[in-house]
Design a protein around this ligand. Structure first.
Ligand SMILES: [Zn+2]
Length: 368
């Protein structure tokens, strides 16, 4: 992976072979919000990361300050701190951290997930002393800092994987009935805890507020903001205030162990993945022949007496009806048929793999 900061367009270009990050970055440009009043237009020495969670949507949003630059009145670039806000699946930062090749990822983690909270004051000053109009120098500096933290990142990665393996994928018979948090308790009390500094990063503050900057708003504006559920999907929330990147990793690990989300190991490719449905056992990554692990998994399931299964019969009926309409009328019917082909296959796989019940599958089909 290669990171480049494009001064002209003020975007960050990442050439990666992993599409996810390109998408993530394209979203980033939308979610930048300027917050100069709050950050004073420079890199802060004490940055707070805020995490909001929506348990219904199984989604979290993280506000993390990141170093960026903007054009001043003279047309030169100067440093500023912007806030990155992006809804993620709960636990996706810690998953990225343990799953990705950290050598390639470090720069990314550094820039977007609160690297400023790890830097010493001296390191911050060194960055600010560089001319932001000199791309090369800045990239070199970031690379150097990434290398410095590399070892620490690798160590934290190993610690987190150890804890996950112990608490979620432990096959010891006597631990069978314990939940993940109880296993964590056991882990803490039986392992050499000095080898797991991540466990000390368990500090955060929980505050209750509105997940939106309401600074300088009038009462009327405030009422409107609270009522507008579309632009304010999180409403009044409990917010975790975190002051260090490793605390953020621990907090996400904690959510996983609390089963606010499910971290699974794919039965086909063996990689970790997150899901909101505890019955899911295959991931949605492309594996081979353009097929996802889930599709491969579903194709291995043999269903007895298929022709007697009412849900399958209903599926076929809906399928044929939509196909016939698409053929005879075309246009929007064809679009609708293509949508159903795609979503219906997905639901059929979910039914086959017992991720959803027969009732759920039939209910979905009846709504088509
Ligand atoms: Zn997989």
């Amino acid at each position: 992976m290669y990171t480049n900061i494009d001064n002209k367009q003020k975007i960050i270009i990442l050439s990666v072979d992993n599409l996810t990050y390109i998408i993530l970055l394209s979203q980033l440009s939308i979610v930048f919000i300027k917050n100069k009043d709050f950050f004073g237009g420079k890199m802060e020495t004490k940055n707070e990361i805020e995490l909001y969670m929506n348990e219904n949507l199984k989604e979290e949003q993280i506000r993390v300050p990141m170093l960026d630059f903007e054009m001043n009145e003279e047309g030169d670039y100067q440093y500023t701190t912007k806030v990155y806000e992006q809804p993620n699946k709960i636990g996706s930062i810690v998953l990225d951290f343990i799953q990705q090749e950290l050598k390639e990822m470090s720069c990314f983690i550094f820039r977007f997930y609160g690297f400023q909270t790890l830097l010493t004051e001296k390191e911050r000053k060194e960055i600010l002393a560089l001319n932001p109009n000199e791309n090369k120098e800045l990239n070199n500096k970031i690379d150097k800092l990434s290398n410095k933290y590399q070892k620490e990142f690798e160590s934290y990665k190993r610690q987190i994987i150890d804890i996950i393996e112990y608490c979620l994928f432990n096959e010891k018979k006597e631990l069978e009935d314990l939940n993940p948090l109880e296993k964590l308790h056991l882990f803490i009390n039986t392992k050499n805890i000095e080898e797991y500094p991540i466990l000390n990063h368990n500090e955060f503050r929980k505050v209750i507020k509105l997940n939106k900057s309401t600074f300088k708003m009038t009462e009327k504006e405030l009422i409107q903001t609270i009522k507008d559920k579309d632009s304010n999907r999180y409403g009044v929330q409990e917010i975790y205030e975190i002051d260090n990147f490793y605390n953020l990793l621990f907090l996400e690990l904690y959510f996983i162990l609390q089963e606010k989300t499910y971290l699974k190991k794919c039965k086909n490719c063996g990689k970790y993945f997150l899901t909101t449905n505890s019955a899911v056992i295959y991931c949605d990554n492309r594996f081979e022949d353009n097929k996802t692990c889930r599709e491969i998994g579903a194709s291995k399931v043999f269903t007895k007496n298929l022709e007697k299964d009412e849900a399958y019969n209903l599926y076929r009926k809906v399928y044929k009806k939509k196909q016939a309409l698409a053929k005879s009328k075309g246009g929007s019917f064809e679009i609708e048929y293509n949508r159903f082909k795609h979503q219906g296959k997905d639901k059929k796989n979910a039914y086959k793999l017992k991720e959803i019940t027969k009732e759920e599958f039939v209910k979905w089909l009846n709504n088509q």
